[in-house]
Design a protein around this ligand. Structure first.
Ligand SMILES: [Zn+2]
Length: 202
């Protein structure tokens, strides 16, 4: 059974530093007909479950803990009985949205998560958030970048817990080291490729 990537766009809001914005978030589901992992849990459990279908969810992987990526992670965990995975450096960000709940398993740089026979390699890419991670799937030729790298450049670094030199270093060291043809599936907006973004950032 071949692994595949399924996708939905879920609308909602993002709040930080006392401001709230309307946002469309991508969710990504990687797996086969039997099992899958979900990348990010924004806004609406039912929208995520519609992509999951009847499959067993092995993990809910959070690319970082901004509220538009983790708001329904605990509710999704309850619905599918799967652990929430988050890099521990995002604890102060997580606590803004879920002060009374915890995630289940810490993500670590270099760790590999296997689902449906394919490997997802965890790349710790701080900058947009201290515990931001990307998930690289060499067999699928793609990387899931959350808000670290978008079509058009690095993620935002103007608010609390973020830093522009740090995100640029993460992108150059961890993401631009991947093959240029690697497809970039982002947390918001359209896909891109590593080569296209490397050319843009220079
Ligand atoms: Zn974010």
């Amino acid at each position: 059974m071949a692994a595949r990537v399924d996708h939905a766009v879920v609308a909602g809001t993002f709040s930080l530093d006392g401001e709230t914005f309307d946002v469309d978030n991508n969710i990504w589901v990687i797996g086969d007909d039997a099992e899958c992992v979900v990348i990010d849990a924004p806004h609406d459990v039912d929208a995520i479950l519609a992509v999951v279908g009847e499959r067993t969810v092995r993990a809910i992987i959070c690319t970082h803990a901004h509220d538009d990526h983790v708001r329904v992670a605990p509710a999704l965990r309850e619905a599918v009985v799967a652990p929430i995975l988050l890099h521990p450096d995002d604890k102060p960000v997580w606590e803004l949205t879920h002060p009374d709940e915890l995630w289940d398993v810490d993500l670590a740089d270099g760790q590999t998560i296997t689902v449906a026979g394919i490997e997802l390699k965890v790349l710790h890419t701080p900058g947009h958030a201290p515990g931001a991670v990307c998930l690289y799937a060499p067999e699928l030729g793609c990387v899931f970048t959350g808000d670290t790298l978008f079509n058009g450049g690095p993620g935002a670094t103007g608010r609390s817990f973020s830093d522009r030199p740090t995100i640029e270093a993460s992108i150059r060291e961890k993401l631009f080291a991947l093959p240029g043809e690697t497809v970039v599936h982002t947390g918001h907006g359209d896909d891109t490729t590593i080569a296209a973004e490397a050319a843009l950032l220079g």
